[in-house]
Design a protein around this ligand. Structure first.
Ligand SMILES: NC(=O)c1ccc[n+]([C@@H]2O[C@H](COP(=O)([O-])OP(=O)(O)OC[C@H]3O[C@@H](n4cnc5c(N)ncnc54)[C@H](OP(=O)(O)O)[C@@H]3O)[C@@H](O)[C@H]2O)c1
Length: 411
């Protein structure tokens, strides 16, 4: 069942900071309506195939200014500014997905950008992916400011957080190698196959080389395999699988397509007890090969949780998420102050003009000089009366004064 939820753990404080995210919407006299919604399908609750279906539904809406989709190997997240979009038009959340609103949605993205929702806590590929998502969106069409601002705030927080993780090179590639090590023992001098030569394969190959493994790279484009192998002192195999691969203690596959394995290579992986970790999403290995490998096949979804350890900088991170969430919420609230101030000023001006018209009617023989003096006095009077409430509105953090202004001045 999908559900509406707040984000647990480190995002709680940010949610608290944003609890008054939208002063007008949370007024007791009005039904609360969300400004921002995130539909989150994560591998921790939604299997790869269902995420792919949800992703296709999200992409079908992607031409809308009020929508942006974040996709990584473990997640498909649809962020929606409801001001420009009707709730009923949103795709159905797959079973196991989460619907987050306002503060919970904002703090979720900030947590994601900080690497706090990742299988490898603090990893920085997700920051890169969020940054790319926004950059590609800017290239293609405008983005609703409610979303644009949220992404900017999340990216700023992510950049600061990752500065505190500097030095850690752990990625999902390390998690994959941990799994192989668990089955095969130390990787020192062990033959390891990496399928693919993209960014994920590179990180994995580098991590394997750091562990002292003998790395073989195979990739559709042979030159990329050769370049990567050359940098690591490894071996490149031309073609993704030609029947001569192996044997290997472990294999890590990270390609954006199916991996078509030669039957002899597949048989060798199965017979030699090779642990195969498929980091591709959707999986690159055929269902048949997955079944033949049995519990020696590990999918990207199997790695979704990772070790949920307490980070040394946990307290700092929680403060960062909270402060960033607060910053975003203050900005959201501020969007509503100008209309309140403007409406109050316009109402006072209309009253001033009507009083002047009444006076001109009652005392038609006023000299031009007296008329100008009275007009000036009326300006000063109105400006003087409104000065304090307008200043207070600009500083009002909770939004209660904005609501009061609407009610007291009958705006
Ligand atoms: N980047 C991450 O943080 C991350 C994390 C976890 C999992 N993953 C998953 O890992 C996979 C690769 O991601 P990536 O970020 O490394 O992507 P990438 O940098 O774009 O690399 C894509 C890889 O897939 C290969 N490929 C693409 N289309 C192919 C086709 N039709 N036939 C054979 N090979 C093909 C490419 O080969 P060529 O060199 O010949 O183009 C390249 O090796 C994806 O499934 C992704 O979801 C990525």
């Amino acid at each position: 069942m999908s559900s509406t939820a707040s984000v647990p753990s480190s995002s709680t404080s940010a949610s608290a900071a944003c609890s008054t995210v939208h002063p007008l919407l949370h007024a007791s006299t009005m039904a609360p309506t969300a400004t921002l919604v995130a539909l989150v399908a994560h591998a921790r609750g939604v299997p790869s195939a269902a995420r792919a279906v949800f992703a296709a539904q999200c992409e079908a809406l992607a031409a809308h200014d009020s929508i942006i989709v974040v996709r990584t190997c473990h997640r498909v997240e649809l962020y929606v500014a409801l001001g420009g979009f009707r709730d009923g038009e949103l795709p159905e959340l797959p079973a196991g997905g989460l619907r987050l609103e306002d503060a919970a949605a904002a703090s979720h993205l900030i947590n994601v950008a900080c690497g706090l929702q990742s299988a490898v806590l603090g990893e920085d590929q997700v920051l890169h992916q969020v940054r790319e998502t926004l950059a590609l969106r800017h290239e293609s069409r405008p983005l609703d400011p409610v979303l644009d601002r949220l992404f900017q705030v999340a990216l700023n927080a992510g950049r600061r957080a990752h500065g505190w993780f500097a030095g850690s090179r752990r990625s999902l590639g390390d998690v994959a190698l941990d799994e192989i090590e668990r089955a095969a023992g130390t990787l020192v001098d062990q033959p390891i196959l990496i399928v693919g030569a993209g960014s994920m394969s590179r990180l994995t190959a580098q991590a394997a080389a750091r562990r002292g493994a003998r790395v073989t790279i195979t990739n559709r484009t042979a030159q990329r395999a050769m370049d990567l192998a050359g940098n690591l002192g490894g071996t490149a195999v031309v073609g993704t699988s030609d029947g001569t691969l192996g044997p290997f203690a472990g294999a890590v596959v990270a390609v954006s397509a199916s991996w078509s394995v030669h039957p002899s290579d597949a048989a060798r992986l199965v017979e030699r007890g090779t642990t195969v970790v498929d980091l591709s999403s959707p999986p690159a290995l055929s269902v048949d090969l997955q079944t033949e490998l049995g519990n020696r096949f590990i999918s990207i979804d199997d790695l979704a949780w990772g070790p949920q350890v307490e980070l040394p900088v946990q307290g700092r991170l929680e403060r960062l998420v909270s402060e960033s969430g607060g910053e975003y919420c203050r900005w959201l609230r501020a969007r509503h102050f100008p209309p309140a101030i403007q409406a109050m000023t316009e109402a006072a001006e209309a009253r001033r003009l009507s009083e002047l018209a009444w006076l001109a009617h009652r005392i038609p023989n006023l000299s031009d000089h007296d008329r100008a003096m009275i007009e000036q006095m009326s300006h000063r009077l109105v400006a003087g009366i409104l000065h304090a409430p307008k200043s207070a509105l600009r500083l009002d953090e909770s939004g209660t004064l904005s609501r009061a202004a609407w009610e007291l001045f009958k705006l």
